[in-house]
Design a protein. Sequence first.
Length: 458
Amino acid sequence: MTDAMTEPQRVWTVGTAPGIFPFAGHAIALFRRPLDFLNSLPAHGDLVAIRLGPVRAWMACHPQVAHQVLMDPHTFDKGGPLFDRLRALMGNGLVTCRQDTHRRQRRLLQPAFRAARIAEYARLTGREAQALCREWRPGQQVDVTAAMMALTTRVTSAVLFSGSLDAERAATVRECLEPVVRGLFVRTVVPFDAPFRVPTPANRRYRDALARLDALVAGIIAERARDATRHDDLLAVLLAATDGAGPPGEREIRDQLVTLLLTGVETTAMCLASAFDLLAENPEAERRLHHEADEVLTGHRTPDHDDLPRLGHTRRVITETLRVRPPGWIFTRITTRATELAGRRLPPGTIVLYSPYLLHHDPASFPDPDAFLPDRWLPERAAGVPGGAMLPFSAGNRKCVGDTLAVAEATVALAAVAAHWRLRRPPTRRPAPPRPAVTLGPRSLQMICEPRWPVRES
Ligand code: HEM
């Protein structure tokens, strides 16, 4: 990619999004048709004011503006409606913490994401994906999103608690994530608390799911405290950690585990489900995916971390999926001091937003932005993408800690499925538009399994 900072200095434009409703501002548009709303914003400037209820927020609509925000995390700290709501759920874990504790927290978690570990997790993903492929039957209709959630729950739980998440607990995690993620999004865009205090079925589902998730994590931490066996997972890293500030307390351990469960499972599952959805509409990209899987995984063998260098097209399918449908599609920051952005003075306490979805659909960065073209990521073509235009994992020191894991996991899982199955849309079903919640992706994706090879009954 070209370096955002080497582009000639441009004259910034600052505007306001039209269509402000009394009280709600743009919250209704952001809730009802978020992707269209985001795509409409760059027409109003490089930095565009929107209203979330009574609060004004600024959307960074140009890659260089987003880049400035992300590269100066002390001025543009984690905060604003998204992170204020997330904090209520995740506590003060790595995703939500402010800059003053970030470095310490990142050091604490980083060992679980080093290269040797990623290779192990990729191997595990290969085995789990292969087992999933064996469960499916020719002609069967499967909910691909649910299947990918099951897969990424198993991989993430291995990262966090090695084998401590048995089938029953893994099912609890999956059941809880859906209402939590949906409830969180509504709470992020609706700027008042009052509607969430009413005991409606949706509010009760959200609160019950949260309580169950909390109890599950607390139970695992308590079990581990009684268990003398040596474990090689993130929970063991946290329990053994000590630094200048002393070992993390039970609350911090809980916050980190809930944080990683919420960030690791749903994002990667949404990426995989979106990839299958997009492939069903793009037969040429799908044909090349199958061809590559056949060449690399001869005899339908289980893919492994060592196969990644030869799964170039598969990897580009994942990258292009992350561009077209970034699971993390919108984020907020808050200014900690007076600053200037796109030539506009911002006082401390100003809410600034950036949206990977908006930036990834800018035709100035990606010609024909809605088209799914994995070859955009061939090295010679990727070099022309402006710096800061492709941000599926963000940038700067708050960049996703799980990026390498997520890409390895998604690439291996996609190759494993491609070696066995072609997933087809049911003939009667019209493709549903992607529905964003806290993450973006198909909430349920029904597809028919078509075998690519004669299936042996086992
Ligand atoms: C395709 C999958 C994934 C996507 C698209 C994704 C995306 C992101 C993005 C955009 C951020 C930055 C948020 C911001 O700017 O406020 C982030 C942060 C983070 N992600 Fe991911 N993520 C993925 C997978 C994972 C996985 C597998 C894990 C761990 C198991 C993980 C853990 C985290 C954590 C802990 C942070 C906070 C990092 C920090 O502030 O230092 N993510 N992710």
